[in-house]
Design a protein around this ligand. Structure first.
Ligand SMILES: Cc1cc2nc3c(=O)[nH]c(=O)nc-3n(C[C@H](O)[C@H](O)[C@H](O)COP(=O)(O)OP(=O)(O)OC[C@H]3O[C@@H](n4cnc5c(N)ncnc54)[C@H](O)[C@@H]3O)c2cc1C
Length: 553
């Protein structure tokens, strides 16, 4: 098999030779290092590589070159190789320009010259980028292939499960991909058995549930121990952080999630404000790192497993699971976050998964090339989604009931939207209904100023109109506020029932709920900050309180 390529671009022959030498010394075994002495030559090389069917894993380009500059080389090569990692090489005096380019050209990193010693300043960066590229890249014609109807909710559920769990796969739309019918024929799959998941060894799962897929991929679905020190329900940022700290501090730790790790953050195409990632980080990349870290430190992880109930038995917590089994633990962390509120307009519920999507655009975006989409909502998640969709769709309309985005969206996103020609903002407008036979074909949009309705041809609707806590699996003893968010710590003291129900000779610990030894962290908690960093902070802190509780019992 051909090795993937690392491309280095610099007009300074000495610098070019030095980067090439360093990269070859370390990556020669697994990658081919190719160089270009100008922006023009680099773009010609990129086209040649594509024509030969080579994989481009990384491109490192100098910024200042006569003719085409580094940022343009990186931006244009992205059109040909969207997954290739992009690094800008800058002189110290150009760092401001590099930081600006991170936003505009969506760079993954910048390196300032000189990078000596490479073991400290070059290789760690390149190792990291190549790891994340490997996690997403799937060589042609091998690996897992999913064949189905583009707009089928079952296809969507399997794609969502595979993508959410960072399992690389190739999607083949039966109506559009010329290879799909032949593949189905060879695998002996009939049209009424779709979606079909075809494995590298030729075996097939017909219309599978996510659980069957997980089992077939060898993912554990049963807990290894009878009793845990800490069971964490929900593998969003809060749960993942608790798993890292719990396992690293010697607690027997089990983490489970009903869908996939990452939670809401996992569906974000780019988190710009998480500490330590100057170029931003995609939710899936942050999740991949966190899951690897938690598992390396010894946390057990089960997915897809849903928590359906909780009972307390002489201090032990019995967690009921969706498949009828239960897990016993000494302490429990509820980190089940929030879910998107459903849109009440007629037609939304019928088209869920078939043109109407909640919370994430990353799975569906690539197939919306040349199509028209509507994003409903004015928050950051709607803005990020619109920006991500704009890379593929012909036309993206953001529909909001308010008069502007100023009070609901971060300024950096408002600025990006204003600069993106295929994203339009439609203020004081609401979705009246969604129409279509099987899939979304039209959307009726009503002006809140004059009450007139316009029916437009639209192929997909992405809904971000607020959230509700996922706390309904918890028993009534776990006290919540009027909206269903879980009360913790000192907030419980103000709850009318607290004095009656709390029987411990101490106040609840911080992040402890009204049931001793049951904790809550992240967006499920009343008063949460709704940020990745705060969820991670709470998930990390909770482990200290778990130790304290275990020391008391
Ligand atoms: C599109 C988008 C973009 C965002 N961008 C940013 C950003 O740029 N910066 C920022 O700081 N914040 C951002 N946020 C907010 C941030 O993602 C959340 O605040 C954070 O994810 C909350 O983490 P959490 O762990 O509390 O819960 P969640 O992320 O909601 O995770 C909860 C997990 O629990 C699982 N679960 C739910 N119920 C059950 C059950 N019964 N059994 C088992 N598992 C269950 C879910 O599957 C989920 O994986 C964004 C949110 C979205 C949706």
């Amino acid at each position: 098999m051909k090795k993937p390529v690392l491309l280095v671009v610099d007009d300074d022959a000495q610098v070019l030779a030095a980067v090439r030498r360093d990269l070859r010394a370390r990556y020669r075994e697994s990658y081919t290092v190719v160089s270009a002495a100008s922006g023009e030559e680099a773009l010609a090389t990129v086209r040649e590589l594509k024509a030969r069917g080579d994989a481009l894993a990384l491109i490192i380009s100098d910024q200042r070159m006569p003719g085409i500059q580094g940022t343009e080389v990186l931006a244009r090569s992205r059109e040909v190789y969207p997954l290739a990692r992009r690094v800008l090489l800058t002189a110290y005096s150009d760092i401001d320009a590099a930081i600006k380019a991170i936003n505009e050209a969506h760079l993954d990193h910048y390196l300032s010259k000189p990078w000596d010693p490479p073991e400290e300043r070059l290789f760690p960066v390149v190792d990291d980028l190549l790891d994340s590229w490997q996690a997403e890249y799937l060589p042609e014609a091998t690996g897992l292939r999913l064949v189905g109807h583009q707009w089928s909710p079952q296809s969507h559920a399997i794609k969502d499960f595979l993508a959410g769990n960072l399992i690389p796969y190739r999607w083949l739309d039966i109506e559009r991909n010329p290879d799909a019918p032949g593949l189905l024929d060879a695998a002996g799959v009939h049209a009424d058995e779709l979606p079909a998941l075809i494995f590298e060894d030729g075996t097939v799962l017909r219309s599978p549930e996510p659980r069957e897929v997980a089992a077939r991929l060898g993912r554990p679905l049963s807990a290894a121990f009878e009793v845990y020190d800490l069971v964490i329900v929900g593998a969003g940022p809060a749960g993942l952080a608790a798993a890292v700290y719990g396992a690293s501090e010697g607690l027997r730790t089990l983490l489970l999630d009903r869908h996939a790790p990452g939670g809401q953050a996992g569906s974000s195409s780019r988190i710009e404000n998480y500490l330590g990632f100057p170029a931003g980080v995609s939710g899936s990349e942050l999740t991949r790192r966190a899951v690897t870290q938690a598992q390396r430190l010894g946390a057990e992880f089960l997915v897809p497993i849903e928590a359906t109930g909780l009972s307390i038995d002489a201090g032990y917590k019995r967690l009921a699971l969706g498949d009828g089994r239960e897990v016993v633990t000494r302490t429990l962390l509820a980190a089940t976050g929030m879910a998107y509120r459903e849109h009440p307009a007629p037609g939304m519920a019928e088209h869920a998964g078939a043109g109407v999507y909640y919370g994430s655009s990353s799975t569906e975006a690539p197939v919306l090339a040349g199509r028209r989409v509507v994003v409903v909502g004015g928050g950051n998640s709607a803005g990020q989604s619109a920006m991500y969709l704009s890379r593929y769709a012909l036309d993206v309309q953001i529909v909001v009931r308010s008069g502007s985005l100023r009070d609901t969206m971060s300024q950096y996103l408002i600025d990006q939207i204003a600069k993106t020609p295929n994203v339009r903002l439609r203020v004081r407008t609401e979705v009246e209904r969604v129409e279509g036979t099987g899939l979304v074909e039209r959307v009726a949009l009503r002006s809140m100023d004059d009450g007139t309705t316009q029916v437009e041809e639209i192929d997909a609707v992405f809904v971000f109109i607020g959230t509700r806590p996922r706390s309904d699996w918890l028993p009534a003893e776990v006290r919540r506020d009027a909206k269903g968010f879980v009360l913790t710590g000192r907030d419980l003291l103000a709850d009318a029932a607290h004095a009656r129900t709390w029987k411990e000779p101490r106040e609840p610990l911080s992040l402890e709920t009204s049931v001793p030894g049951v904790f809550a962290a992240g967006d499920i908690r009343a008063g949460a900050m709704n940020r990745v960093a705060s969820a991670v902070g709470e998930g990390s802190m909770v482990v200290r309180f778990v130790h304290e509780y275990l020391g008391l019992t």
